[in-house]
Design a protein around this ligand. Sequence first.
Ligand SMILES: Nc1ncnc2c1ncn2[C@@H]1O[C@H](COP(=O)(O)OP(=O)(O)OP(=O)(O)O)[C@@H](O)[C@H]1O
Length: 293
Amino acid sequence: MTEIVKVLGLQKRFGKFKALHDVSFTVNAGEVVGFIGPNGAGKSTTIRTLLGIINRDAGDAKIFGKDVWKDSLEIHKRISYVPGDVALWGSLTGGEIIDLFMKLHGGGDQQKRDYLIQRFELDPKKKSKGYSKGNRQKVGLIAALSVDSDLYIFDEPTSGLDPLMEAVFQDEVETIKHAGKAILLSSHILSEVERLADKVVIIRQGKVVEVGTLDELRHLTRSTVTLVTQSNVAKMASVNGVHDFKQSGNQATFSADNEFINDILSEAAKLGVKKFESVPPTLEDLFMRHYEV
Ligand SMILES: Nc1ncnc2c1ncn2[C@@H]1O[C@H](COP(=O)(O)OP(=O)(O)OP(=O)(O)O)[C@@H](O)[C@H]1O
């Protein structure tokens, strides 16, 4: 596995305020890493550090094995970045801006550009000052996806896009992922992260609190079980690993610890199972686990 981004113990202070306490994660080639956390958690500060816009106070941050601060010019030749609020030159058309971005990056694929303009349904002839927020995002996304980068950094890339266009973005991310590119995706749209991310990094108050695949993270949280049995289901309430037990007739719903699922199943079997449905936690459930007060 080729390590594209490696961040270790990143720290950043703005005056007296410490925005990053301890941020560590990696992004490998062919991998989408979802970077999630509430407002002010430090996502953009981490990304701006990776882009060499601000320098860290401590820790290590490398892209392609090079230092993000010292070697930023070299690194930039091989990365695409789309912020959550793409700023454009108002007097240029969307098409001209896409071409300019592509030239600045050293070329790009004209066919891909035209294809993406069509897929994102952008009118490239309109002056960008007339574009809505969503259309400005499309310009940034089309430019970023039309050039051949090894790392794509997206910071809230779909803010302002409608669900259809969000789906187009997600398809395109899957395409570049399968082409072996590395993708760091910061997003508040957890369903988007859930669909795309191989690995999730959860940040809170400048510290990474969880890193892992969705399956690994799911394992930490209880599943929701609906059970219908032939005999009285009430006995299930006292089985190890069963929580929040609710009964209605012979149907029970409860949350179940994953490590006890075997015991739960065998106890349920003794009562004659008519229905057993287990729903794993969504990314939103996992996320809320860290933020519920
Ligand atoms: N230049 C700066 N000067 C002072 N404080 C800053 C600066 N940039 C960021 N911060 C602070 O650092 C913290 C982290 O901000 P950051 O923008 O990284 O959060 P975020 O996770 O991207 O949040 P959001 O989801 O709202 O974009 C915030 O408390 C923010 O106010």
